[in-house]
Design a protein around this ligand. Structure first.
Ligand code: NAD
Length: 260
């Protein structure tokens, strides 16, 4: 993959999305980073990526809980760069509660941001990819797209949905030079995971180290977090020519979690 491509990464001003943005920028690609905020820091982040890697990076505000904004994110990227070749559906949030107590608005937000957004962005991006005769859709699912944990009903439902959607998109594009795959990370130490630590410490009466080893990494046999660089590298691989026949599947980056 020598030509400069244009990549859109949803939810990418932090954590895994930001790591993927750096990895694709390091390959020289144009990158669109995104979140729902419109702050100087967001645009400064885009400039920082461009100056570090010598590529073109822009920040586009769009709220991934809203279908029309998901669609316009891809359209704006195509207007800016003339194409969208790589779409990484990464935006995601978590809410932890027993199903009987799960707030309806939290359920709706998790499903909208973690699953529905990928439907909207993919629908628009595929039109552009088919026109340009090349495309890569990479969905950031989760080990929770393949297995379950208690108290994460909306998240597990959304991530299983994303894995299902990945297979359907792969079949609908199977004869085109377009692939669609899902990466299923185990625990990666990002703000999303950090935010779960205080509640878990309180819930189990544990200190931070015990929560990390015995709760968060309980099911991750390597007992190590995956890194944003490892997820970024996996996206770069899926966008390479070596991965042209990999479609409709999941790649776990989970330290052995789903082998258990
Ligand atoms: P994070 O909280 O660091 O990043 C989430 C990103 O999504 C942020 O950039 C945030 O601004 C953005 N976002 C949230 N709501 C949005 C909205 N309405 N519109 C646009 N953007 C929005 O989290 P992360 O850990 O980097 O997670 C990224 C993805 O990876 C998520 O889909 C998550 O489910 C998945 N994942 C994370 C882990 C992990 O251990 N961190 C494991 C498996 C899967």
């Amino acid at each position: 993959m020598k030509k400069v491509k244009t990549a859109v990464i949803t939810g990418s001003n932090s954590g895994i999305g930001l790591g993927i943005a750096h990895a694709l920028a390091a390959e020289g690609h144009n990158v669109v980073i995104n979140s729902f905020t419109e702050r100087d820091e967001d645009h400064a982040l885009a400039e920082e990526i461009s100056s570090k890697h010598g590529n073109r990076t822009v920040y586009v505000k769009a709220d991934m809980s809203k279908g029309d904004e998901c669609r316009s994110l891809v359209e704006k990227a195509a207007e800016e760069f003339g194409a969208v070749d790589i779409l990484v559906n990464n935006a995601g949030i978590q809410h932890v509660a027993a199903i009987e107590e799960f707030p309806v608005d939290a359920w709706d937000r998790v499903i909208a941001i973690n699953m529905n957004s990928a439907f909207h962005t993919t629908a628009v991006a595929l039109l552009i990819m088919r026109e340009n005769n090349w495309g890569r859709v990479v969905n950031i699912a989760s080990a929770h797209g393949l297995t379950a944990s208690p108290y994460k009903s909306a998240y597990v439902t959304a991530k299983h949905g994303v894995v299902g959607m990945t297979k359907v998109v792969a079949l609908e594009t199977a004869e085109d030079p377009i692939t669609c795959n899902a990466i299923c990370p185990g625990y990666v130490l990002t703000p999303l995971v950090e935010a779960q630590i205080p509640d878990t410490m309180e819930k189990y009466g544990m200190d931070r180290d015990t929560v990390v080893r015995e709760v968060l990494l309980e099911r991750q046999p390597s007992k190590q977090f995956a890194t944003v660089e490892q997820i970024g590298g996996t996206v770069v691989f899926l966008c390479s020519d070596h991965a042209a026949q990999i479609t409709g599947t999941t790649i776990s980056v989970d330290g052995g979690w789903t082998a258990l």
